[in-house]
Design a protein around this ligand. Structure first.
Ligand code: DSN
Length: 424
C-alpha cells in the first residue's frame, strides 16, 4: 500500500482502519472469509489493465495471449478441484454466476421469460437471486418456492416433489445463504428428472467445504453448479459456474456475451490461486475445523439456553433463534458488534419479526478457523455470546466482554507477520 499511503493518505487511512477492524474483531459473518495474501496481491495485479472479452483463442481484443494462458490455468484448476466436465470462471460474483445459468437456459431453448423456476425462499434460507421479489429476476420468471418442514426446519422433500409436479418448473434450484444442514442433492436431482426440469445448485456458501471434501458435492447430480469465491472457498470476490459437458457451449454463451462483458482478469488470477490452494492439505485441515467448530458452537449455545435452528449444523453456519433469550436479532447483532464480534441479524424459518429486526442471527465459523481458533476458543465466544444476550443493557458486562473478546483475538493475527509490509 506504499504508493496509496504516499499519494492518497486520506484513502489509505480508511483502508488501514478496515485492516485494523478486521485484525481486532472476531469476524463471524457466514459469507465472509480471509483471502490469503496471494489473493490480495493478484486481485490488484497488472491484469487489471487488460481489456479482454470472449474465450481463450477467440478474443475480441488483441494482446490477449497471456490472458488466455491464465484463464486456461484457472479453468483447469477449478475443473480438477470439483471433478467437473466444464467450468466458466468469468462471472463477476455468485449472483452473476446465477444470471449466467438463467441466460444459458434461454440459449439452450429450455426456458423463456415467464417460465417457472422452483427454489427455496429467502426467508427459509434461500438467496436474493433465487427469486426474491426484491430482485429484478423475479420480473422475468415466475418463481415458486418449496418450503422447510416446520418441525425439522430442513427441506421438505416430499413437499418439494409435490410442488414440482404442480407448478412444472423449467429449473429447480437448491442451495441458499442460511441453511445449516446438508442437502440431499441426489433426491432433488431425481425430482427434477421426473418433472423434466433442469437442476442448478448454488453452492456459494459451502464451496470451500465441498472442495475440501468435508461435505458431499452436488457436482455429480446437478446440471449446473454455481458459486461465489469469497465465502468458505476463502478467495477473491468473484464467481464461477460448473456444468455437464453437454451444456458447456451454451453456458459459455450465456455468461459471455449473455451476462458479462470485459473479464476481471486480475480477479480471475486470484481465482486460479484459490483453486490451487483449496486442493491443499492445509485447506482441508481448516475446512474440517470450520465444521468441528460450528458443531461445537451449536452444542455449547444450546446448553446455554439458545435455540439453534434445525437442531444443529452440518456446515459453517449456526442459525440462532433468539426468542428464548428475549432479544431480537438486531439488538444482539449490535451488542455483539460493540464487544467486537461481528455477526448478522437473520430471519429464522417462519419468522414473524420485521426483516430489519429479525428473531435470529446467522453465525459463520470460517474466518475464525482460518485464524487458528479451536474448540476451546469457540467456548470463550459461546460464553461471551451468552453474557451479551442476557445483559445487553448492562454496560459493565458489555465492557468486560469487549475486553475478553479483544484478549482472545489478539492471539490470532489476521495475516502472517511476514506480510505486514503489505499493509504499510
Ligand atoms: N447473500 C449474502 C450472504 O449470504 O451474506 C452474500 O451473497
Amino acid at each position: 500500500m506504499k504508493a496509496t499511503k504516499k499519494n492518497d493518505p486520506e484513502l489509505y487511512g480508511i483502508v488501514r482502519e478496515e485492516y485494523v477492524r478486521q485484525r481486532y474483531n472476531i469476524e463471524m459473518i457466514a459469507s465472509e472469509s480471509t483471502a490469503p495474501i496471494e489473493c490480495l496481491e493478484l486481485a490488484g495485479c497488472v491484469f487489471n489493465n487488460k481489456t479482454t472479452e470472449g474465450y481463450p483463442g477467440k478474443r475480441f481484443q488483441a494482446g490477449s495471449q497471456i490472458a488466455d494462458k491464465m484463464e486456461l490455468l484457472a479453468m483447469e484448476r477449478g475443473k480438477s478441484l470439483y471433478g467437473a466436465d466444464h467450468i466458466n470462471v468469468q462471472p463477476y460474483s455468485g449472483s452473476s454466476a446465477n444470471y449466467g445459468v438463467y441466460s444459458a437456459m434461454m440459449r439452450l431453448g429450455l426456458m423463456e421469460p415467464g417460465d417457472t423456476i422452483l427454489s427455496m425462499s429467502l426467508d427459509d434460507g434461500g438467496h436474493l437471486t433465487h427469486g426474491s421479489p426484491a430482485n429484478f429476476m423475479s420480473k422475468f420468471f415466475r418463481f415458486e418456492h418449496y418450503a422447510l418442514n416446520r418441525e425439522s426446519e430442513q427441506i421438505d422433500y416430499e413437499g418439494l416433489a409435490a410442488k414440482a409436479k404442480a407448478v412444472q418448473p423449467k429449473l429447480i434450484i437448491a442451495g441458499g445463504s442460511a441453511y445449516p444442514q446438508l442437502i440431499d442433492y441426489e433426491r432433488i436431482g431425481a425430482i427434477a428428472k421426473e418433472t423434466g426440469a433442469k437442476y442448478m445448485v448454488d453452492m456459494a456458501h459451502i464451496s470451500g467445504l465441498v472442495a475440501a471434501k468435508v461435505i458431499p458435492s452436488p457436482v455429480p447430480y446437478a446440471d449446473f453448479v454455481t458459486s461465489s469465491m469469497a465465502k468458505t472457498l476463502c478467495g477473491p470476490r468473484g464467481g464461477f459456474v460448473l456444468c455437464k459437458g453437454e451444456y458447456a457451449k451454451k453456458l459459455d454463451a450465456g455468461v459471455f456475451p449473455g451476462s458479462v462483458s470485459s473479464i476481471h482478469l486480475q480477479t480471475m488470477a486470484a481465482k486460479a490461486y484459490t483453486f490451487r490452494y483449496a486442493a491443499s492439505g492445509e485447506f482441508h485441515e481448516i475446512m474440517s475445523r470450520v465444521v468441528t467448530n460450528a458443531k461445537y458452537l451449536a452444542k455449547s449455545l444450546t446448553e446455554k439456553g439458545f435455540r439453534v435452528v434445525s437442531g444443529g449444523t452440518e456446515n459453517h453456519i449456526v442459525l440462532l433463534d433468539l426468542r428464548p433469550k428475549g432479544i431480537s436479532g438486531k439488538a444482539f447483532q449490535d451488542a455483539l458488534e460493540y464487544v467486537g464480534i461481528t455477526v448478522n441479524k437473520n430471519m429464522i424459518p417462519g419468522d414473524t419479526a420485521s426483516p430489519n429486526v429479525t428473531s435470529g442471527v446467522r453465525i459463520g465459523l470460517t474466518s475464525t478457523a482460518q485464524r487458528g481458533f479451536h474448540t476451546p476458543d469457540i467456548e470463550v465466544i459461546a460464553q461471551i455470546m451468552d453474557k451479551v444476550a442476557s445483559h445487553s443493557d448492562d454496560q459493565a458486562v458489555l465492557d468486560a466482554c469487549k475486553q475478553e473478546a479483544r484478549s482472545l483475538i489478539e492471539k490470532f493475527p489476521l495475516y502472517d507477520a511476514a506480510y505486514n509490509d503489505y499493509f504499510e
